[in-house]
Ligand binder design. Structure first.
Ligand code: CP3
Length: 357
């Protein structure tokens, strides 16, 4: 059988460090990439956004590919992530998605009842063809040894936007829906899982060599609610993804949920900065890789302080195979580009193995 497009598994070609780390194989240095590495902290991105609205940019494959590739060229990271958004899958479901200027995402017809779940429009992965086109273009523009990451929301985080209709602090409306009508919640999860699986598998077919599930807001749940109402659906989703493609399972505020997330699945567990990487890895066990976990605010500090914090995290990982360096959440808009670049350089320099000095 032919290897998948993004597999980087041609004979004689070394496995890129990012993919090797996902598989817990030894690497010459710790690979690093940054969540939201293409975004508003870059003057070039802000210039493109003067011409194109955010959704327009996502739907213009050559522009989306351009910002994806530009971030890699500017930072020297070990992986690219396709420029898109976790909420793009909501448009085909017919709920009315808008990115209002300065206010973040708005869903005009949020899901509040079992009948609303039934009314969601049928989904065909081809409706998001612009994402797969962007992936093909980005793949063609990237250096051969830089894998491209595809992504989607995990079912809980996608549902939380669908139900709230926007971002939220405590996700009270989402949890009220879940606690008040667990049957409707389950129906919603069972509706979203095939949508997300179809979308991610199409990204993989287009050239994504790994995928990340963003369960950004799942940390608002108790472990018992996670096990009962989230874990089976994440498990089903991961189980329906193309085999052999590493899955990064990321969440924030998940210190109480790490064992549950591990049980739900993923080759790599994404950690935020509220946990010590070594303690978290000990809880997860040696059979899984970890990604993280510098506080994004650290990039606003002077460069020597950034390097000190990088050394601290690398010290916790202690050179064990299976660490992908990243921030604990997305890069913040006020981050100076040269600080992001200094972070990548520090990770490469301070983790270099198999060299003298
Ligand atoms: O990581 C990358 O470089 C790839 C691009 C990417 C974006 N969003 C681009 C984006 C990724 C991986 C995402 C994921 C995403 N989107 C998440 C999960 C990660 C996280 O932050 O927890 C979430 C929750 C969203 C939903 C979303 N998109 C929100 C809440 C917002 C508004 C808040 C904000 O940061 O502005 C967006 C908009 C968005 N997505 C921007 C970018 C670069 C900013 C839009 C702009 O240019 O004005």
């Amino acid at each position: 059988m032919q290897a998948p497009l993004g597999s980087h598994s041609s004979p004689g070609v070394p496995v890129p460090p990012f993919l090797a780390a996902c598989r817990r194989e030894a690497t010459a240095h710790t690979p690093v990439w940054l969540m939201r590495q293409a975004g508003r902290y870059q003057p070039e991105y802000r210039a493109i956004r003067k011409r194109l609205g955010f959704l327009e940019l996502c739907k213009t494959p050559d522009a989306a590919a351009e910002v994806t590739v530009m971030a890699v060229a500017q930072l020297g990271v070990d992986a690219a992530i396709i420029f898109a958004d976790i909420l793009l899958v909501l448009e085909p479901l017919g709920v009315g998605l808008e990115f209002a200027k300065g206010d973040g995402p708005v869903i005009h017809r949020p899901v509040r009842t079992a009948a609303d779940v039934d009314r969601l429009a049928p989904f065909d992965p081809a409706q998001l063809d612009f994402v797969y086109q962007a992936i093909r273009l980005a793949r063609a523009g990237l250096p051969r040894d830089v894998p491209l990451i595809g992504f989607a929301a995990a079912p809980f985080t996608l549902a939380s936007y669908l139900i709230e209709g926007s971002g939220s602090d405590g996700w009270v409306t989402t949890k009220t829906f879940l606690f008040g009508d667990p049957g409707a919640w389950r129906a919603l999860m069972e509706r979203l899982v095939p949508v997300l699986a179809g979308y991610l598998n199409a990204q993989i077919a287009a050239g994504a060599a790994a995928v990340q599930l963003f369960d950004s807001w799942v940390g608002c749940l108790s472990p018992a609610d996670y096990r009962a109402h989230v874990m089976p659906h994440v498990r089903a989703l991961i189980g329906s993804l193309t085999p052999g493609v590493p899955v990064i399972h990321f969440g924030t505020g998940t210190a109480g949920l790490l064992e549950c997330m591990r049980a739900a699945g993923g080759d790599v567990i994404g950690l935020d900065w509220r946990v010590d990487l070594d303690a978290a890895w000990a809880r997860l066990g040696a059979g899984v890789a970890v990604q993280g976990n510098l506080d994004p605010v650290a990039l606003l500090a002077p460069i020597p302080e950034i390097r000190r914090r990088v050394a601290e995290i690398l010290g916790q990982a202690a050179g064990r195979p299976g660490h992908v360096f990243n921030l604990g959440h997305g890069i913040l808009p006020p981050t100076p580009v040269d600080h992001a670049r200094a972070l990548v350089d520090a990770v490469h320099e301070l983790s270099a193995r198999g060299t003298t000095g």
